[in-house]
Design a protein around this ligand. Structure first.
Ligand code: AMP
Length: 402
């Protein structure tokens, strides 16, 4: 029997998300989530997609090892256990691969050690990934397990885009450069967008706007990333749900010197209490739009700042690429918030960019064009699917090596 299933694991600091996919038709067999790991109120939810049955439980899950064991038991109850001969591989999402990992990588002791060495660059994420990886390796030591890095797709950025204007000796000593994140999403969405405009990825220039609670833009030339808005960490770039995105670095000195804040306080302010949340008290675009429609000035200002920044990045990446085939919206806000899409391209007709009001208002889960027929540059909505991209990359590497 050919093994055609891939388990995708996304181990976060207090949660584990998983999906079991069948690579013959990319269908989901099971999906699940364990959250609030380490707290008394841990919760888990498992859905056997084939039968539609969902099981939920609230009980303390002490750590990632316990979370993965609970997942493994749930899968076994559905006859989809980790010991199944149909399981071809496990794919692990890893946020930070830095310069060490520019491609999906088969996990061995050396890879685990290197991901550990990169912890200072991703202090919240990489330790959680490692915990998930170690447990999965203990459960199935014989199975190919692959690390797929959020940063990998951006590793092709030229030095002119990847370096900050810092003394290279200082930058290199501390591994400071622009790594970029959400790479599996940018890779997937830019490829699907090329197909939507009838081109091979090698021939298409695409601007991807991944607008979720975290948000990033990328410029993709011929399937290769040439610039992206997140940097050393996910803090740089667009206005996000709770992150400020770009600001003058001197704001930080000012907050510390004049505001008396500590490094950790500034970190929390900029990562967790800024962006849309900091500006208007809400980080959910649905709520912000509702408030805007009711005439709320704070929500309107937050929306306007969000759009202004987004438009600047569209213009910047248009200039970086020179010729653009498609501008693509994805993730929670990009896929659902038609007013964001409309406002982001409003006034850019001279660049060949426009949305058709009717097409933009249509909701759906399929990739679709929202630009007027015959537009010089396509504007599209492409639902992202990071799990499928991780599974695809994992399966390709596992089968190549089997
Ligand atoms: P993500 O991080 O991709 O899961 O995106 C989450 C964000 O998407 C939420 O915080 C909301 O701001 C936004 N979002 C989700 N659904 C909608 C919707 N129907 N309309 C507008 N925004 C939405």
């Amino acid at each position: 029997m050919t093994a055609t299933r891939v388990l995708v694991l996304n181990s976060g600091s207090s949660s584990v998300k998983y999906q079991l996919l069948d690579m013959r038709d990319h269908s989901r067999l099971a999906v699940g989530l364990v959250e609030r790991i380490g707290e008394d109120s841990s919760r888990r939810k498992h859905t056997h997609v084939v039968s539609g049955e969902t099981r939920e439980a609230e009980e303390r899950i002490a750590d990632h090892e316990a979370a993965l064991k609970a997942m493994s038991e749930e899968l076994a109850r559905d006859g989809l256990g980790l010991d199944s001969p149909q399981l071809a591989a496990i794919g692990h999402r890893v946020v930070q691969g830095a310069g060490s990992f520019t491609e999906p990588t088969l996990i061995d002791d050396g890879v685990v050690a290197e991901i550990e060495r990169l912890v200072p660059l991703a202090p919240l994420h990489n330790p959680a990934h490692l915990a998930g990886m170690r447990t999965a390796l203990a459960l199935r030591p014989d199975l190919p397990q692959v690390a797929v890095f959020d940063t990998a797709f951006h590793s092709t950025m030229p030095e002119s885009a990847a370096r900050y204007a810092l003394d290279p000796a200082v930058a290199d000593k501390y591994s400071i450069r622009r790594y970029g994140f959400h790479g599996t999403s940018h890779a997937y969405v830019s490829r699907v967008a090329a197909g939507l405009v009838g081109k091979a990825p090698e021939d298409a220039n695409v601007i991807v706007l991944h607008l979720g609670n975290g948000a990033s833009a990328s410029a993709v030339r011929g399937g290769v990333c040439v610039d992206t808005s997140m940097g050393l960490t996910p803090l740089e770039g667009l206005v996000m749900g709770t992150r400020s995105g770009d600001l003058d670095p001197a704001v930080i000195f000012h907050l510390m010197r004049v505001g008396g804040m500590s490094v950790d306080e500034v970190d929390t302010l900029l990562n967790k209490k800024s962006g849309l949340l900091g500006l208007c008290g809400d980080n959910d675009m649905r709520e912000i739009r509702r408030r805007v429609d009711e005439g709320d000035d704070r929500a309107k200002l937050a929306f306007d700042i969000y759009i202004h920044r987004l438009k600047k990045y569209i213009g910047a990446y248009y200039a970086v690429l020179g010729r653009v085939d498609a501008v693509v919206f994805t993730a929670g806000v990009g896929e659902n918030a038609s007013p964001v899409r409309e406002a982001a391209v409003a006034g850019l007709e001279e660049l060949g960019l426009a949305v058709d009001a009717e097409l933009n208002a249509v909701r759906g889960d399929q990739p679709r064009l929202i630009s007027p027929e015959g537009a010089r540059v396509a504007v599209a909505v492409v639902p992202t699917d990071e799990e499928l991209e991780i599974a695809t990359q994992t399966y390709a590497l596992a089968t190549e090596n089997s």
